[in-house]
Design a protein around this ligand. Structure first.
Ligand code: PLP
Length: 437
């Protein structure tokens, strides 16, 4: 390969391992990437859980081209441009009722940190400035900002920074349980009571000091942990009883992944705030968002004097014209192609295919919901992660892109995937698993 690889410090990558045997993706269309060695790679992961409408879709590309030829940049601090308002309106039409206020960011990490700051601003505006603590959950992934890794619960993402994490954070236990819920199809029947641990944390810290609870409705990056049936409803009830806000981090579950626009609608539990990114504009250009209940916006905005900035927060590129144009076209495409219900239509086939992998003795657990799934492997002694990495490589060499984290393989194909392509993905995985020792 003639490309020089030395200068790029790659994110979340084993740089030495990768540069010794690079895998470059040079183009993409619909369900496929083209690799640098000219092969078609079926995308079983929607890029990085983000290209929900499939790759390089024409209406999105055209909207972006049009914007490039019209407006390169316009500030959204004390100024505005039409597309950013249009994007907020289109998004608000899809979110749960009463959640109509949209704050744009450039990533999921920024959305999470923005949401935490929004919560603190809201409580202060209502005269409850003592509510400063946050409750996250073990194994939660909320991006890589200091706020996000503080409320997050993935040890590897925290350990080098542990002395500098945000104070005033505690964590719920995660909900993965092999004894009672292994190989559950969809939502595990066991485990709703784990939400009651929130009561213990409220007793420990005193509920009046807690600002909010933040969870991924379905935990994705940690390796797909599906919430036990009734768990999220119970969390909502406890938050309501004690005046806590509930944040759903829907960076992965948003935009049709579970067969509804957002997980909030799938589980019929409405949070106070949602954090979004990825599928928001089909990952065509960086963009994230925080969506808040109207009361939160009203409380913050009405508490400030006329002419005063109400929320001291924002990014130069919040609602960048190019990102906003891509979002408008993407949200239209989701609607016109009915993509938000595709996951519901395909989930039975996806579930059957993924659970057929159980036959392999190396498989420890399988978890799935909508068009997201995880296959956890027994770790090889002394080499955690080696098996999943080998399976990932095998699939890639055979033309299928999957994702791995630790010894878990994760699947989240674009919502335009066909039944035959789902079969193809899991056939490649079966072959890969059969090749492992
Ligand atoms: C639930 C969740 N929150 C936040 C993030 C961070 O998003 P970003 O990588 O865009 O900062 C991710 C990324 O995978 C995520 O899955």
């Amino acid at each position: 390969m003639s490309i020089h690889l030395d200068n790029l410090w790659m994110p979340f990558t084993a740089n030495k391992q990768f540069k010794a045997a690079p895998r470059l993706l040079v183009s993409a269309k619909d369900m496929h990437y083209t690799s640098h060695d000219g092969r078609q790679i079926l995308d079983g992961t929607a890029g990085l859980w983000c290209v929900n409408a499939g790759h390089r879709r024409e209406p999105i590309a055209q909207a972006m081209k049009d914007m490039i030829d019209t407006l390169d940049f316009a500030p959204t601090f004390q100024m505005g441009h039409p597309k950013v308002f249009e994007a907020a309106t289109k998004l608000a039409q899809m979110t749960p009722e009463g959640m109509d206020k949209v704050f744009f960011t450039n990533s999921g990490s920024e959305a999470v940190d923005s949401a935490l700051k929004m919560v603190l601003t809201y409580h202060r505006a209502r005269g409850e400035a003592q509510r400063t603590k946050f409750i996250g959950r073990e194994r939660g992934y909320h991006g890589v900002g200091f706020g996000g890794i503080s409320v997050g619960g993935i040890g590897g993402n925290r350990k080098h920074f542990s002395a500098n994490l945000m104070p005033g954070v505690d964590h719920l236990p995660h909900t993965l349980n092999y004894e009672h819920a292994a190989f559950s199809r969809g939502e595990p029947e066991w485990g709703a009571h784990l939400a009651d641990n929130l009561e213990n944390l409220l007793a420990l810290h005193d509920a009046s000091t807690i600002a909010a609870v933040i969870v991924e409705p379905l935990a994705g990056s940690t390796g797909v942990i599906v919430p036990p049936r009734g768990y999220l409803k119970r969390l909502r009830e406890i938050c309501d009883q004690h005046g806590l806000l509930l944040i759903f981090d829907e960076v992965i579950t948003g935009f049709g992944r579970l067969g509804t626009p957002f997980a909030a609608q799938y589980f019929n539990v409405t949070p106070d705030i949602m954090t979004l990114a990825k599928g928001l504009n089909n990952a065509a250009v960086p963009m994230g968002a925080v969506v808040a209940r109207n009361e939160i916006y009203d409380a913050v905005v009405n508490a400030a004097p006329e002419q005063a900035i109400e929320f001291f927060h924002g990014y130069t590129y919040s609602g960048h014209p190019l990102a906003a144009a891509a979002a408008c076209a993407t949200l239209d495409l989701y609607q016109s192609e009915g993509l938000f219900t595709r996951a519901a239509d395909l989930s039975a086939h996806f579930e059957n295919e993924i659970h057929a992998l159980r036959a392999n003795p190396l498989v420890k657990d399988i978890r799935n919901l909508g068009l997201v799934g995880g296959v956890e492997l027994h770790s090889r002694s002394g080499a955690v992660g080696a098996r999943a990495y080998e399976a990932f490589l095998h699939c890639y060499q055979n033309g299928v892109l999957v994702r791995y984290t630790g010894d878990i393989l994760a699947f989240s194909p674009p919502l335009i995937v066909s039944e035959a392509q789902i079969t193809e993905i899991f056939a490649a995985v079966k072959q890969a698993l059969d090749s492992l020792t």
